[in-house]
Every structure is written in C-alpha cells, then in structure tokens.
Design a protein around this ligand. Structure first.
Ligand SMILES: [Zn+2]
Length: 194
C-alpha cells in the first residue's frame, strides 16, 4: 500500500483543513447570535469543538512557518493529530444531535427566524464534524489495512503504542537519522527472511 501522504491526499487534506479554518468566523457569528437571541446553550456550545478545530487546522496549515520560529511544533505528531481529529469529531457529534433536538423541540413558542439561524449554525458543525471524522477514519483504516507500513504516520503511531496522547518528542516532526537507519535495517531483515 502506498504511503498515506501522496500528492492527492495532501491536497485534499489542505483543502479540508482550510474549510475548517475559513468557516470558523461565520460559525461564530451565527451560533453566537442564535445563542443570545434564543437563550439556548445548544447549538452555541458547538463553538467549543469548532475552536479546537480552528486551532488544529491553523497549526497544521502553518506548521512550517511555526517550525521555523522554533515553537513546540513537535506536539503535531501524526498520532496526536489523529487523536485530536477523533476528539473533535466525537465532541461535535453529540452536540449536533442535542442541537437538532433543541431546534425541533418546542417550535410553537420558538421564533422561526431563530430556528433558521440555529439550523444554519449547525451546518458549520456538520461540515466540521465530517472533516474530522474523515481525517480520523482515514488514518485508522490506513493503519488497519497496512500493518507493516513505514510511512511517518504509521511509525509515529506504532512507536507510541496504545497509551494516551504522547508528549512532544523531537524525532516526531523531523525524522532523524536513526529513523532512516531503523527503516533500512528492518528492510534488510525482511529481505534476509525471504
Ligand atoms: Zn502508513
């Protein structure tokens, strides 16, 4: 199986991360306006995962500039990004369901314009939820379908095992010489077995 970061996948990734970034201010306006006018917590609470999504997308899209500035860019290991995508998606999903229940419930004493406002707000949450599920599930399927893959993503996941979110480690963003040697020696070992 080819590595996950082919030209096509990465351009789709950039496109989806940009959507998550660009829609954020609009989501703020609609969800906040709805929250204030309708005095309801949902769907306005959806701004929490949307903010996390905005930060993650911004960091990923500008990681090269950040790495040059010497910030803690190592936090963005493929494994941590996958965990963040999962967390954001799973936080967004129940909020979406509660929002739909809240928007359709008690319509008789509920202003129609507020329902429309809230519904438009949830569209941003839906898009964002879909984007993060796409990334998280793509990663999971990639790992499941190619157990012996040697791409940076799989290396990062396998190296850390199945614990919680890993701490920053220098080797995760910039592949070190030892990684390349490790790959070569494992390849040699595989050749010898054949
Ligand atoms: Zn891989």
């Amino acid at each position: 199986m080819p590595p996950i970061t082919t030209q096509q996948t990465s351009s789709v990734s950039v496109f989806l991360r940009r959507i998550a970034l660009v829609q954020y201010p609009f989501a703020w306006i609609l969800l906040l306006a709805h929250g204030i006018s309708a005095e309801k917590v949902v769907p306005a609470l959806g701004l929490l995962p949307l903010t996390a999504s905005f930060l993650l997308s911004g960091l990923l899209l500008h990681r090269d500039a950040l790495a040059a500035a010497g910030s803690p860019i190592q936090l963005l290991s493929p494994r941590n990004v996958m965990c963040c995508d999962f967390a954001i998606a799973w936080l967004q999903l129940p909020l979406l369901i509660f929002s739909w229940i809240s928007l359709t419930d008690g319509g008789y004493r509920y202003d129609t314009s507020q329902t429309i406002l809230g519904t438009y707000g949830t569209v941003f949450m839906m898009v964002d939820c879909g984007i993060h599920f796409y990334f998280a599930l793509t990663d999971v399927f990639h790992i499941l379908l190619s157990p012996s893959c040697e791409c940076p993503h799989c290396q990062s996941v396998h190296r850390r095992g199945r614990g919680g979110i890993s701490l920053p480690a220098d080797e995760e963003y910039t592949p070190l010489q030892s990684d390349v040697e490790g790959q070569e020696s494992s390849r040699e070992a595989a050749m010898e077995q054949v």
